[in-house]
Design a protein around this ligand. Structure first.
Ligand SMILES: Nc1ccn([C@H]2C[C@H](O)[C@@H](COP(=O)(O)O)O2)c(=O)n1
Ligand SMILES: [Zn+2]
Length: 154
């Protein structure tokens, strides 16, 4: 989970930084991701806004951003294998849930679940899909509140 949090730091989303880390059954890191625009799609040319003054959805981030979970899954070189776990700083939306299921992830460990009224159905659908597909879901129980990182010679 700490790696997922570290990865989230790289997101340029000014409103929400989400990170994810895919690990094998043996605990080997397979892929890391954070929310961002697709490769080759410049942060300078696409909007990070949540709402646009004109009401045009194309002037918001939502049609363009790739979610952290999808990036973590796509960033792995390994073929899908049983027992993979996905650590994610935020509970996956329904679209990510579909990809998590189809890629064969066995367990999702999340840090927080977003509680926003107008997107509640997205998370209800996500829970429904993950449960139907037999993907285990659990909230991360941290054993420590922080992991300080010192940049110094070992
Ligand atoms: N599980 C999640 C949930 C959200 N995201 C990303 C997608 C957006 O960049 C941002 C959500 O924006 P907000 O509506 O909170 O301003 O977080 C994700 O990658 N994974
Ligand atoms: Zn998502």
């Amino acid at each position: 989970m700490a790696i997922a949090f570290l990865s989230a730091e790289r997101s340029k989303d000014p409103n929400r930084q989400v990170g994810a880390c895919l690990v094998s059954q043996e605990g080997i890191i397979l892929g890391i991701g954070y929310n961002g625009f697709p490769r080759g799609c410049s942060d300078d040319k696409l909007p990070w806004a949540k709402k646009s003054a004109s009401g045009d959805p194309l002037e918001t981030k939502f049609p363009y951003v790739v979610h952290a979970e999808v990036n973590a899954i796509l960033n792995t070189n390994h073929a899908s294998a049983a027992g993979q776990k996905l650590y994610v700083t935020m509970f996956p939306c329904n679209e990510c849930a579909k990809i998590i299921i189809q890629s064969g992830v066995s367990e999702v460990i999340y840090f927080v679940e977003k509680k926003i009224d107008n997107s509640a159905h997205v998370y209800v659908a996500s829970h429904k899909l993950l449960s139907m597909a037999g993907v285990k879901v659990r909230k991360h129980q941290p054993q420590m509140a922080q992991i300080p990182i010192k940049f110094q010679e070992p």
